[in-house]
Ligand binder design. Structure first.
Ligand code: PLP
Length: 368
């Protein structure tokens, strides 16, 4: 994969202080600006669970109309970093304490949750999260399109519409949908159309179409077509409607880099393994998603101590066969080389099991 010069330079400077995460904040700034330009008139909320790092939130703030959060912890965190940010609180298991929080939008997941919200929360503006029975083929994760714990089918929606009548603590503003992730612009636009026609039949004028824009770990240079998505949404939007999206992964995946160093290169029953400092307890993404994390090797190590152009499995320091970052990728690698993993800016550090085996934590560095 292509390593930007600034990341390469920093990797070499940090060679004796690895593993480390490096965030390229100016790349993130450029990317967020391009996404913002591609979607005129569409509100963008950043899905904080993708990466809540305060430095990233600060970079995204000028381009985001708000932030999608999923717990009281994320609410408190974003408030501490960006006190004036608009927050939309979602998630399938909100406690009464979470329902009592004062946020810009509450995303209601079930009739039972709405009953509790009417009892303990409000006044609050809310969207009903709908799970439509629409095909989500090609998705890497499906939150909708069938039986899942997320949102409500049309029967649940009708029940909610009954519940909101004759009370004023919960003001219904419209609908929310986050049906699938890993979709390209045409498929995501098809889902948007299904959600819009459902919402319009019920006279809603505020619709959150969710996130889930595809990223390719197999081909890091392939990017979600934000321009096509923006043009598609502009084509279906009707006057007076507020349309909102809440991307996570496709905003921050590319700005993060996980840097490690090769401790050992060995051949076991014919297969070559490079064991690096750190591992999936810092970057669980490839195990969680079942892919090879894209990487490049910087030849800073001891020549002749490894292999040349052979399939290599890159493993971490954990005492479990699951601690694999990439499997049988053809590369040259020596002991002491730096391995730079890309696409480590979303669902990376914060989804990982940091304390397992008690290895040291990585450093965090920010390129501006
Ligand atoms: C996780 C999540 C998102 C972001 O999804 P990405 O695939 O990271 O774009 C958006 N909305 C909801 C409700 C989510 O749970």
């Amino acid at each position: 994969m292509i390593i930007p010069e600034c990341v390469r330079e920093r990797a070499v400077r940090l060679a004796d202080a690895l593993p480390a995460y490096v965030y390229d904040l100016s790349a993130l700034d450029n990317h967020a600006a391009a996404v913002r330009r591609a979607l005129p008139g569409i509100e963008i909320y950043y899905a904080v669970k993708a990466n809540p790092d305060p430095a990233l939130l600060h970079v995204l703030a000028p381009y985001a109309d708000g932030f999608e959060v999923s717990s009281s912890g994320e609410v408190a965190h974003v408030r501490s970093v960006l006190p004036d940010a608009r927050l939309a609180l979602g998630g399938p298991g909100k406690t009464d304490a979470e329902l009592a929080l004062d946020v810009h939008r509450m995303h209601i997941e079930s009739p039972g949750e709405l009953r509790r919200l009417i009892d303990v929360g409000g006044p609050v503006d809310a969207l009903l999260r709908v799970n439509l029975d629409v095909p989500v083929q090609g998705a890497s994760l499906a939150m909708g399109g069938g039986a899942t714990p997320f949102g409500m089918d049309p029967v649940g929606i009708s029940e909610c519409l009954e519940l909101v009548r004759g009370q004023n603590r919960v003001r219904l503003r419209g609908f929310h949908a986050h049906l699938a992730s890993g979709l390209h612009a045409p498929e995501l636009l098809d889902l948007a159309k299904a959600v819009l026609s459902f919402s319009r039949e019920l006279s809603a004028t505020e619709i959150n179409l969710g996130g889930g824009m595809a990223v390719s770990y197999h081909d890091p240079e392939e990017r979600f077509d934000w321009d096509a998505y923006g043009q598609g949404l502009a084509g279906v939007r009707q006057p007076g409607e507020t349309l909102r999206i809440e991307p996570g992964r496709a905003l921050t995946a590319y700005c993060g880099w996980y840097l490690t160093r090769v401790i050992d290169v060995k051949r076991v029953h014919g297969e070559v393994f490079a064991v690096v400092t750190g591992g999936t307890h810092h970057l669980r993404t490839p195990v969680a998603k079942g892919h090879d994390q894209p990487f490049a090797v910087l030849p800073t190590g001891r020549p002749g101590s490894g292999v040349t152009d052979e399939p290599v499995t890159v493993a971490g320091q954990l005492c479990t066969p699951k601690d694999v970052l990439a499997r049988q990728v053809v590369t040259s690698v020596n002991v002491g080389d730096i391995v730079v993993f890309g696409m480590a800016g979303a669902y990376a550090w914060t989804i990982s099991h940091h304390d397992f085996l008690m290895h040291p934590k990585p450093g965090f560095h920010y390129l501006t």
